[in-house]
Design a binder for this molecule. Structure first.
Ligand SMILES: CC(C)(COP(=O)(O)OP(=O)(O)OC[C@H]1O[C@@H](n2cnc3c(N)ncnc32)[C@H](O)[C@@H]1OP(=O)(O)O)[C@@H](O)C(=O)NCCC(=O)NCCS
Length: 195
């Protein structure tokens, strides 16, 4: 006789669902701690930070991933001029080390890109690993003529167009064009009521 085996369903913490929603003011401290843990406390010296200093993120394009009531992921997008073409720069993207490989990064990316497209933005640029971002449609195909205000690795400057040709012939420096934050909030400031 075959012994009856009760199915084992392990409801580990890995099974907990997550949600992606607009960033809220209460997320800011946890977001900053997550970014420090992911990129190091010297992250403010990175080249892409020059595109964010003293600026608010693009409206509706600051997102948080939340799991069991805790912020576990973040992504924001910022207005720039890419050699004269209006575009967005994406970053930083980070997921809590304890929650990686669960699809949270992909969910943040898909939702951020869909929101950017829905708001009529035509192109998104980022500095990151092509091996990760290619899956979302990013490549270095349209960024050869662009540069950043600081040192960067050319093969990590990637872009995606939502409108064909949005970055055709784009040449020159990528510079920030987003609204300025009020002075007292310009350093490590929260997203100004990001919707
Ligand atoms: C990159 C990051 C946001 C991914 O978040 P995540 O929630 O683990 O991502 P997902 O679960 O959606 O995807 C996991 C997949 O991405 C891959 N991946 C993660 N980081 C990668 C990288 N730098 N290059 C290539 N692939 C990468 C994983 O190997 C995994 O691959 P698989 O789908 O074939 O198994 C997260 O690892 C992180 O916060 N890293 C530190 C900060 C960082 O590097 N940010 C991005 C700047 S380039």
């Amino acid at each position: 006789m075959t012994a009856f085996r009760k199915p084992q369903i392990a409801l580990t913490s890995k099974a907990a669902p997550f949600a992606i929603r607009s960033e809220r003011a209460v997320d800011v401290a946890a977001r900053e701690a997550l970014l420090d843990a992911s990129f190091g406390e010297d992250r403010h010296g990175r080249t892409c930070q020059r595109l964010r200093d003293g600026r608010a993120p693009a409206a509706g394009l600051a997102l948080s991933a939340v799991r069991e009531g805790k912020l576990v992921g973040t992504v924001r997008l910022w207005h720039v001029s890419a050699g004269g073409r209006p575009a967005l720069v994406l970053g930083p993207l980070a997921v809590d080390p304890a929650c990686r490989e669960l699809g949270i990064g992909a969910a943040l990316m898909h939702q951020a890109l869909a929101a950017a497209r829905a708001r009529g933005h035509e192109a998104v640029i980022l500095l990151g690993d092509a091996s990760y971002y290619a899956r979302f449609g990013f490549s270095a195909e349209k960024t050869a003529g662009l540069s950043l205000p600081g040192p960067f690795e050319r093969d990590r400057l990637l872009a995606i167009e939502f409108t064909d040709g949005a970055l055709d012939g784009a040449e020159g420096m990528i510079v920030p064009t987003g609204s300025a934050l009020p002075k007292r909030r310009s350093v490590r400031a929260p997203a100004a009521r990001a919707a």
